[in-house]
Design a protein around this ligand. Structure first.
Ligand code: 5RP
Length: 234
């Protein structure tokens, strides 16, 4: 008896797309180098894939305690950022990315360390499923890491822009970042000029890091789509 071929197209879940881009990012890892590693569920797929290459790299610089723990559990050496002058590549996810490579990041509260590691890397490769690609940044609530004593002042400054602001909570109390600070999630912004916006908010006293990555934008985005991984370059 012969069976008719199954012509039903395979529907890839968001998790499948994250796995695809996590694996695709391996081709940007330079043998013999130290790789910059971001934070989040998409990056976790990359870290898992990187385990297969662990004997070909010196190790990693990590952007969070969570990623450090995952890397070390897989036997990948994690270097202190201060001990590494520059990195060939930084691989990280995003909450939103636009068609210029500007991003909103910080959904996982790791934005400050992510920006630091990105700043010392020659190339930022963003890995994301297609839901993250936007025309204009701002639909995703913008994370801003702030010094606790400045929470109300910075809240008022965003409210004056017409935004609404929520202090991020965990288990009923304000979430404390790896750096001992708080996160504000800012809704209702339409960020048409990411470079200007980042430069402006960076000047507000008490802002540690704003989650707009314009000065540290991506040069490449590996975008997971229903028809496979698309490579966008900026
Ligand atoms: C963490 C980040 C992440 O890159 C961003 O939140 C995307 O996460 P995920 O891959 O889980 O969707 O900026 O601070």
């Amino acid at each position: 008896m012969t069976h008719a071929p199954n012509l039903t197209p395979t529907v890839l879940s968001q998790d499948d797309l994250k796995t695809l881009v996590g694996q695709a990012a391996l081709r940007y890892v330079v043998a013999g180098d130290i790789v910059g590693v971001g934070t989040g569920s998409t990056v976790n797929k990359f870290i898992d894939a990187l385990a297969a290459m662990k004997d070909q790299i010196k190790g990693a610089v990590s952007s969070s305690v969570a990623s450090t723990e995952r890397l070390q559990a897989l036997g990948i050496t994690v270097f202190d950022c201060n001990d590494v002058a520059e990195l060939s590549v930084y691989i990280d996810g995003a909450d939103e990315i636009d068609h210029q490579g500007y991003m909103i990041k910080g959904g996982g509260a790791a934005l400050t360390r992510e920006k630091i590691v990105a700043a010392q890397s020659h190339q930022f490769v963003c890995i994301a499923d297609e839901s993250k690609l936007v025309q204009t940044l701002g639909t995703y609530p913008l994370p801003v890491e702030v010094i606790p004593m400045a929470v109300n002042r910075i809240t008022r400054q965003f409210e004056a822009m017409g935004a609404t602001v929520v202090l991020r909570q965990k288990d009923g109390v304000p979430l404390v970042t790896d750096n001992g600070q708080y996160i504000l999630d800012v809704r209702g912004l339409h960020i048409a000029d990411p470079l200007g916006f980042e430069a402006q908010v960076n000047q507000w006293p008490g802002v540690v890091t704003v989650g707009v990555f314009a000065f540290q934008k991506a040069q490449v985005c590996l975008l997971g789509t229903a028809s496979g991984v698309k490579t966008l370059t900026f």
